[in-house]
Design a protein around this ligand. Structure first.
Ligand code: COA
Length: 129
């Protein structure tokens, strides 16, 4: 019915999470599922000790969860984006104070499916002459 994702990032050198995408099946909207996903994701982030969450989205939706553009004015994303949609929520006060620069992913990459298959495939052992 819906999905939300959190990514480890560096926000101008500050460790943070980026939230997104958040999406709810059009047939299931306006039932509180988006809010439930947001509240669950934010609670999980806070419980794991993350200091701040950043996202690119509609301020009229995300202000209800505490997101503002107050601390993102000096942060950038690769490619073009609308600055007033770059929002943040601090769990630790001041976590994004003075944050300046590019937001880049820092999480570990999962191995590609092909690489996993290759690892699982039996090794070819040459016969002894
Ligand atoms: C945004 C989205 C996740 C909300 O999911 P949802 O399950 O319908 O949300 P909820 O039921 O928790 O909340 C509904 C409320 O959010 C409001 N809302 C939904 N989208 C909004 C938006 N883009 N801007 C402002 N308010 C919005 C609704 O008007 C409703 O307001 P109300 O509580 O005053 O009636 C869903 O509409 C969606 O998947 N949209 C397409 C993808 C998207 O836009 N994602 C992120 C937003 S940038």
């Amino acid at each position: 019915m819906g999905t939300v994702r959190l990514w480890h990032v560096s926000a101008g050198g500050r460790p943070a999470l980026v939230l997104g995408p958040l999406a709810v099946d059009p047939a299931c909207r306006e039932l509180g599922i988006g809010a439930a996903l947001m509240n669950q994701a934010l609670a999980a982030a806070r419980a794991r000790g993350h200091a701040a969450v950043i996202l690119l989205g509609d301020a009229p939706y995300y202000t209800r969860f505490g997101f503002t553009a107050q601390k993102t004015g000096e942060l950038s994303l690769p490619g073009s984006f609308e600055r007033d949609r770059l929002l943040a929520l601090e769990f630790t006060e001041g976590a994004l104070d003075g944050a300046w620069g590019m937001i880049v992913p820092t999480g570990k990459s999962l191995p590609k499916a092909r690489a996993v298959r290759a690892v699982k495939a039996p090794l070819a052992v040459p016969h002894a002459a």
